[in-house]
Design a binder for this molecule. Structure first.
Ligand code: FAD
Length: 352
């Protein structure tokens, strides 16, 4: 007989934890402040909905070091297993609508000739992993990223990839019908085995705090603003994420299965959720246009803003006492790190 487990927060971490716990035959109840499974972008919602979904254990070493690399490599393996599990349980036969939209065809890193100096600094930080970071010749670059401006320096990061966050969020929820979803129920606080709700307390064998920035009163977590722009670019042939190394801007372009492209993302030390600024719009679009001139005719579909949950050292926060597990601080690496962080945390707590 499984345990009764309450999860606070149906974002990325909450949904992944619920899936793992339900597969281990626990009885899971999920409490979420938003009113629905797929909240509108006009309301505060999980950072996961806004994110680009890049899975970049090599490139993210620049900001997260070797811990991010190790957890990221494990997560890449786990995403393949989760993707297969969700596809097997999907009611639709369309590969486009099942799973997490996982694409593991490597990623590209590019820089303009004038920025080669700062690119070399990043390349040195990437551990000098010559087997996984491969400098491409011009013809190889053109084949992998048609439309990329000629004359750029380009590296292929072997084993990196991306997924489709909106699809993954949807399917992570629908794959676990045995989870009880309680939307529009903000959790006010958690103590071991106890969830504090507006109408009073509810008891469980264990409770899990996965509220992201919503846990700021109990966890040293802050929000870091990130802005993205979504384009429609029909006919644009891009199958892998492209990251621009630039002295001032960290910009990437990630393809979606439906012909859309995500250009992201700013990283601003602010908890402001207001719409994207003119400056960020100009910088993101200019950077993207500087490497893909053919984006001039793409259409801007929408922009989005959200807060990444970050701890003081920008690394994941796992805190366990009997009956209470707190999982937070995935910062800019949630998709990259969460499967491995959750796997270890649930195993250490003897829950999976
Ligand atoms: C612009 C942007 C781009 C990103 N790109 C990438 C990327 O390419 N690759 C990558 O790996 N990561 C990326 N990330 C990071 C990733 O999205 C986050 O690390 C991840 O979503 C954090 O997951 P979480 O579950 O902790 O928080 P969230 O996804 O924010 O979920 C928290 C949930 O808790 C709910 N909640 C809050 N308070 C309460 C309460 N009191 N009671 C009940 N529920 C509550 C919220 O409504 C939400 O549903 C990006 C983030 C942003 C903003």
């Amino acid at each position: 007989m499984g345990l009764r487990i309450g999860v606070a927060g149906a974002g990325l971490v909450g949904r992944l934890a619920a899936l793992a716990l339900a597969r281990a035959e626990h009885e899971v109840t999920m409490f979420e402040a938003s009113d629905s499974l797929s909240p509108k972008s006009s309301e505060p919602r999980a950072a996961a909905w806004t994110s680009a979904g890049m899975l970049s254990p090599i490139a993210e070493m620049e900001t997260g070091g070797s811990a991010v690399r190790q957890l990221g490599e494990r997560s890449l393996h786990l995403w393949q297993e989760i993707d297969a599990h969700l596809c097997a349980h999907a009611k639709t036969s369309s590969a486009l609508n099942s799973g997490v939209g996982l694409q593991l065809q490597d990623s590209l890193m590019v820089c303009h000739g004038s920025d080669l100096g700062s690119a070399q600094r990043v390349l040195r930080l990437l551990d000098g992993d010559s087997a996984r970071v491969i400098k491409l010749a011009a013809d190889e670059t053109a084949a992998l990223a048609p439309g990329l401006k000629t004359g750029l320096h380009c590296w292929r990061l072997i084993g990196e990839g991306h997924l489709y966050p909106a699809l993954a969020m949807q399917n992570l929820a629908t794959a676990v019908p045995q989870v009880r979803w309680r939307f529009g129920e903000p959790v006010l606080g958690l103590t071991p085995g106890c969830m504090q709700l507006r109408h009073g307390a509810e008891s469980f064998d264990w409770v899990i705090d996965a509220r992201g920035v919503g846990a700021a009163r109990e966890v040293p977590v802050r929000g870091v603003r990130g802005e993205v722009i979504v384009l429609a670019a029909p006919g644009f042939q891009l199958h892998r994420a492209v990251r621009l190394l630039h002295p001032r801007w960290r910009v990437y372009i990630v393809p979606r299965p439906d012909g859309q492209l995500v250009i992201g993302a700013t990283e601003i030390e602010s908890e402001d959720r207001s719409p994207i600024s003119v400056q960020s719009t100009m910088e993101l679009l200019s950077a993207a246009f500087s490497i893909f001139p053919s984006l001039a005719e793409a259409r801007i579909l929408w922009t989005d803003v959200n807060l990444r949950p970050a701890t003081p050292d920008n690394l994941p926060w796992v805190d366990t006492e009997k009956g209470l597990l707190r999982l937070n601080g995935m910062f800019r690496h949630g998709w990259l790190l969460a499967p491995a962080v959750i796997e270890k945390a649930l195993s250490d707590a003897n829950l999976c």
